[in-house]
Design a binder for this molecule. Structure first.
Ligand SMILES: *Cc1c(COP(=O)(O)O)cnc(C)c1O
Length: 230
């Protein structure tokens, strides 16, 4: 089942790339494995997937120990400052940095572990009360401030688009995130390389790819529906 789903997702990404004159290798598929057991992750791993996304610190820590260490873990959920220390040396990219204070803590822990932490800034692209992330208008200033930290590398932006019935409705938000990223690059010059756009989930990743996404985060489309009661 998981392998067949991956075939389908792969095909859809390829087609979206073809439609928008993009190269398949410029889009990374992140398999979002939250709530799913290690056995499911191994199925995707055996298919060839090495990028996995989780939204809870405890879940990353538990799965990290049970799975091969050539997996790249992506922290895609809201991150509390006091939990940074548990995952700082386990994740390859933190997608959800949404405050200067969180970045400060990441800097502190990264320095302690003698590593450079790779991060994205999360933007609340549709200004939804229910979502984390900073406002689009604050993005440039926050990137500028965080870029001063020696142990943090900002790679780009992330957004969670609204939950919509018709994926096409989210095209405007993906286009907007792309534009914000280009604007930041133009305004801040020097050593900031905003080359990652983490956008698109099961319902809308094809649209996101057409609008320039470089990381799509697909859960349900690969592993099936999640059961939060387990
Ligand atoms: C759960 C989650 C996803 C995957 O959602 P699906 O709709 O199952 O593909 C992507 N990004 C984030 C931040 C998530 O929390």
């Amino acid at each position: 089942m998981i392998a067949e789903n991956l075939d389908i997702v792969e095909q859809k990404i390829c087609r979206a790339c073809a439609r928008s004159n993009r190269r398949r290798e410029d889009v990374t598929l992140i398999a979002v494995s939250k709530t799913k057991p290690v056995s499911d992750i191994l199925e995707a791993y055996n298919y060839g997937i090495r990028e996995f996304g989780e939204n809870k610190v405890q879940e990353i820590v538990a799965k990290y120990d049970q799975l091969p260490h050539d997996i790249h873990w992506h922290m895609i959920g809201h991150l509390q400052k006091n939990k940074v220390k548990y995952i700082i040396d386990k994740v390859s990219l933190i997608h959800s940095v949404d405050s200067f204070e969180l970045a400060e803590e990441i800097e502190k822990q990264a320095e302690k572990h003698n590593i450079i932490s790779d991060i994205l800034i999360e933007i609340n692209i549709a200004d939804e009360d229910t979502k984390y992330g900073i406002r689009a208008s604050e993005a440039c200033k926050l990137v500028d401030r965080i870029s001063e930290f020696p142990c943090i590398n900002i790679h780009g932006l992330m957004c969670i688009a609204p939950n919509v019935d018709i994926p096409e409705k989210n095209r405007q938000y993906f286009a907007e995130l792309h534009k914000i990223s280009v604007d930041i690059t133009n305004n801040l010059s020097n050593n900031i390389h905003m080359d990652v756009l983490s956008m698109g989930m099961t319902g809308d990743y094809e649209i996101a790819v057409e609008e320039g996404s470089s990381m799509v985060r697909v859960g349900t489309g690969i592993f099936g529906a999640r059961n939060y009661d387990l």
